[in-house]
Design a protein around this ligand. Structure first.
Ligand SMILES: [Zn+2]
Length: 623
């Protein structure tokens, strides 16, 4: 049975209300609630005085309606007494300013004191709830890295960074050589001379910056493993952590290996784009190549945007169905009831401030009824996009165009184009194999995994690669001399490159298109043919798109229109026509209309009509 529910905070409401809340949950079709993740100061009111009676009573009331719980460990919000006692746990920012307590996530992942406090409190939760059958899963901490908390610049981190570097490089000579510290007289003669990339007048060493991002991501993993080991030792219930939307500061591929299932928080960050939310679902499914949970589903308005817009209940229902269609096994709304106090006062919930039901609650209940036993088979392997989390970090250091955002500008337009052609998308990571896919896209992968590159040489499908791919090495240095396998695959050598302020026109097929952000001047080797040329700019007349065998290389950053033409000319067959989205499984198709109006889609010669926000499963015999 799928999991449907909400985040519930019994500590926010009087005990006498809990029974009514639990009845209401059951009435709405909720079978699981997440609790506990911000409960530290309620459970341990003063140091060592641990008392679970509030959570115990709440769980009993909730379970009396047959509802189980996902238990969150409370480490995201260390209580005020702990911070006063151990101020050294606080994070320090790039400017050297200590991050104050007062909201959440203010602890440093490398603080030994906080690690010890974490072990103590997580052990207490696990000893108390580890064998409780009403606890069906654990969530370690909450949204690691939220509010830019992944990277800390404190002295604890500086010490831990040096140890991390010693393990990675062994000797200082090697580090100096790999980092090119001879530039700007940065040669180190003692490990203690290496500091985090704190604020400096100009750019720090790019190799140091990339390593600091790796170290910061690894620090979160190391901290998480502390919790994982305690939870796994004391409980048989599966462990997860709630990942975030569009979030690239932690290597989620590595993090996914440290949880039993991936869950994530599905929020609209700025302007709503159904494909961007779908991209995140596909990414989350791809991390473990497995079904995932939406741990927090935005129900409508949030409180943390500049303008907190409303969304109709039908749209929330669509979001839940969309997540299930992309591979979720459940969805929990954040939050059950709106709260009149605290920092999220204007965040909407299923229940209103006064505890009455909302239109959203009704839409949720109807959706749950429809989806309770909904099971979508595994999505077919069709198209794939290559992602390496380290490339997001490289993209934020030394590059040709500081306005280029790898996710939004590099990956999203390709994703949208593939989806508009009616293909499912999986994401592939370093170490994965492209085999079995019809085609693979590699959008601006600054650093390309050598194993993946080798696998591409054998790959029989089509390959689409965009500018800046394989430009950088492991140390974030430019590769010029040692890119032979890339040259063998693409048939090109990059002889010059530049950032561009404005898009440039390209003559391609029967029409003109535009390229943006960067352009490259290519030298073509034998077997590589020109498909498009620049009509303007510094590389006017030079090839913009080239082809060698099954491999297409675009020497700029394309938009959807350009990619559509490229796919057409490359012979990628359109599997669907129209503005609906389609997903294919082994046994059926799911059609999705993310819009507030009726639309139609043409698939295999059959027109399907979809009402506003409709999601429907179409069986093959009806195609
Ligand atoms: Zn720190």
């Amino acid at each position: 049975m799928n999991w449907f529910g909400a985040a519930y905070y019994p500590e926010h409401w009087p005990r006498e209300r809990w029974k009514e809340d639990a009845r209401m949950m059951a009435y709405l079709g909720i079978n699981v609630v997440r609790i506990g993740e911000f409960s530290w100061s309620v459970v341990e009111k003063s140091p060592g005085d641990i008392d679970f009676s509030l959570l115990d009573e709440a769980i009993e009331v909730i379970y009396s309606e047959g509802i189980r719980v996902i238990m969150g460990t409370p480490t995201c919000t260390p209580p005020p007494w702990l911070v006063k006692r151990y101020p050294e746990i606080l994070q320090v920012d790039r400017d050297g300013l200590t991050i104050n307590a007062g909201s959440r996530r203010h602890y440093c992942f490398n603080s030994q004191v906080y690690r010890e406090e974490t072990i103590r409190i997580v052990k207490a939760y696990v000893e108390h709830y580890g064998r409780d059958p009403r606890v069906i899963a654990w969530q370690a901490d909450n949204e690691y890295g939220c509010h830019n908390s992944t990277v800390c610049y404190c002295e604890n981190c500086a010490i831990a960074f040096r140890e991390w570097l010693k393990k990675r490089y062994g000797t200082l000579d090697r580090l100096n050589q790999r980092w090119g510290t001879v530039f700007w007289s940065q040669v180190y003669r003692d490990w203690d001379e290496i500091d985090p990339p704190r604020r400096s007048l100009s750019s720090p060493n790019p190799s140091l910056m990339l390593d600091y991002r790796r170290f910061s991501s690894d620090s979160v993993l190391e901290y998480h493993i502390l919790q994982r080991d305690i939870i796994k030792k004391g409980s048989r219930a599966p462990l997860t952590h709630n990942f975030m939307v569009n979030f690239t500061e932690i290597d989620y591929k590595k993090m996914a290996e440290k949880v039993d299932f991936v869950s994530w928080d599905n929020y609209v960050m700025t302007d709503y784009d159904p494909d961007l939310q779908a991209l995140n679902h596909d990414l989350m499914r791809s991390l473990k190549k497995s079904s995932f949970l939406v741990m927090e589903q935005q129900p409508g308005r949030v409180n943390w945007r500049v303008v907190n817009e409303a969304y109709p209940p039908e749209q929330m229902a669509f979001w839940i169905k969309q997540s299930m269609a992309h591979g979720a096994f459940g969805s929990l709304v954040f939050r059950f009831r709106q709260l009149p106090f605290g920092a999220e006062q204007f965040h909407s919930g299923l229940l209103n401030y006064d505890g009455s039901t909302t239109e959203r609650a009704k839409a949720f209940a109807e959706t749950v009824k429809e989806l309770r036993n909904w099971k979508i088979d595994r999505l077919k392997k069709e198209a794939a996009i290559y992602i390496d989390y380290e490339n997001f970090w490289i993209g934020e250091t030394d590059n040709l165009n500081g306005n280029f955002n790898l996710l939004q500008d590099g990956i999203l337009p390709l994703y949208k184009t593939i989806r508009s052609f009616g293909y499912n998308v999986d994401f592939l990571f370093p170490g994965d194999s492209p085999s079995g896919y019809s085609f693979v896209c590699i959008p601006s992968a600054f650093k390309l995994d050598p194993e993946f590159l080798e696998a591409l040489q054998e790959f029989e499908g089509k390959i689409f690669i965009t500018a800046m791919t394989s430009q950088k090495d492991e140390n974030n240095n430019v590769r010029l001399q040692d890119n032979d396998s890339f040259k063998r695959l693409t048939g090109i050598r990059i002889i010059d490159a530049a950032g561009i302020k404005n898009p440039v026109r390209i003559s391609f097929g029967k029409d003109e298109y535009i390229g943006g952000f960067v352009i490259e001047a290519l030298e073509l080797t034998d077997g590589c043919e020109e498909m498009a040329v620049y009509l303007e700019g510094p590389f006017k007349g030079k090839p913009a798109i080239v082809k060698k065998g099954r491999c297409y290389y675009l020497s700029t950053v394309g938009d959807i229109e350009l990619f559509k033409e490229l796919f057409e000319l490359a012979g990628i067959k359109r599997m669907a026509n129209g503005s609906a989205r389609v997903l294919r499984t082994e046994s059926n198709m799911v059609l999705l209309n993310p819009f507030p109006y009726n639309i139609r889609i043409l698939i295999d010669g059959v027109v399907h009509n979809l009402r506003e926000y409709e999601v429907k499963v179409v069986l093959p015999q009806r195609i």
